[in-house]
Design a protein around this ligand. Structure first.
Ligand SMILES: N[C@@H](CCC[C@H](N)C(=O)O)C(=O)O
Length: 297
């Protein structure tokens, strides 16, 4: 009888994740194992993987243990490591609530992008799977200087470089269909703008302070949502619209439609950004450890 590894599956606006609880950090998850688990045909399937580890048990998070008990060791679906995942951290909080490690209200979560404060809204459900809202304080955006151009086929657009802990290029377009097939990374220039690759958001207007996006996620392809991407888009839109909170002194709230739902983003005058949206656990089960070992060979 082979060993079993517990997992759950969850999503936030259809950005979906394999969740592997591993409080003491004993499960080896090399990139090939993550890619096998996130494979939609031969594995469980997901845009990324949330490895749930106690901060004190992870070398990258030890220093945050006093502030946040749990560390989101986030991996992209191709097995690469990313600094931050906005939807991931909301789903991570939902998992902690379901597992009894957290209650409704505020919770600190350690990430590679620093400690984030998450707020789990009160819902009627006690199972932890209800699609209630989870809000995360995403910190401040950085806006590196310099022109960036993103291309798809014959078309190209100027893009805003926004860093939400991870890198984004935000391009305002006339039609989301112009983004074409976003499975492969859209070419950008100059190459020096994103030495470690980039997440690319294509954005159209839907109304006042209301936009819609499609995204190519680094390490995952086109996804149905990207939380850091939605924040980057709200920040870029506020600068474009003359609504930069640092200039106006008033918060800017944008509704961001993604293919998998809607996120609401508020940037305050001090630059702090909050994102709210649903976070859902849909299933739990067991991974066959022999299968995983073979998949990695
Ligand atoms: N889906 C995420 C972003 C995940 C990381 C990204 N693909 C990267 O490599 O930076 C989100 O919700 O923010």
């Amino acid at each position: 009888m082979s060993t079993r590894i517990a997992f759950l599956k969850g999503h936030g606006t259809e950005n979906d994740f394999v969740i592997v609880p591993d409080p003491e950090n004993t499960i080896d998850l090399p990139p090939a194992a993550v890619a096998a688990l996130c494979d939609r045909r031969a594995g469980i399937g997901g845009d990324g993987l949330l490895h749930v580890v106690r901060s004190a048990a992870h070398p990258e998070a030890k220093d945050m243990a006093a502030e946040a008990e749990w560390f989101m060791d986030y991996r992209n679906g191709d097995g690469s490591v990313a600094e931050m995942c906005g939807n991931g951290v909301r789903v991570f909080a939902r998992y902690l609530q379901r597992a009894g490690h957290a209650a409704e209200g505020d919770l600190a979560v350690a990430t590679r992008g620093g400690v984030k404060t998450v707020h789990i809204a009160k819902t009627a459900s006690t199972s932890g799977s209800a699609a209630g809202d989870v809000t995360v304080g995403m910190g401040k955006a950085l806006l590196p200087e310099g022109d960036v151009t993103v291309s798809v086929g014959e078309r190209s657009w100027p893009a805003r470089n926004v860093n939400m802990g991870n890198p984004h290029a935000v391009a305002f377009v006339d039609d989301l269909a112009h983004a074409g097939d976003l499975h492969s990374p859209p070419p950008f220039s100059p190459a020096s703008a994103y030495p470690d690759g980039v997440n690319v958001e294509f954005v159209v207007d839907r109304g006042p302070r209301h936009v819609a996006l499609r995204v190519h996620e680094r390490g995952a392809g086109e996804t149905r949502s990207c939380g850091t991407g939605a924040c980057a888009v709200a920040v870029a839109a506020a600068r474009r619209d003359g609504a930069d909170p640092a200039v106006t002194g008033a918060p800017a709230t944008y509704t961001v439609d993604v293919p998998g739902g809607t996120l609401v983003i508020t940037e305050r005058a001090d630059g702090e950004i909050e994102m709210t949206g649903p976070a859902v656990i849909v299933a739990e089960g067991e991974i066959d450890a022999d299968w995983l070992e073979n998949a990695v060979r």
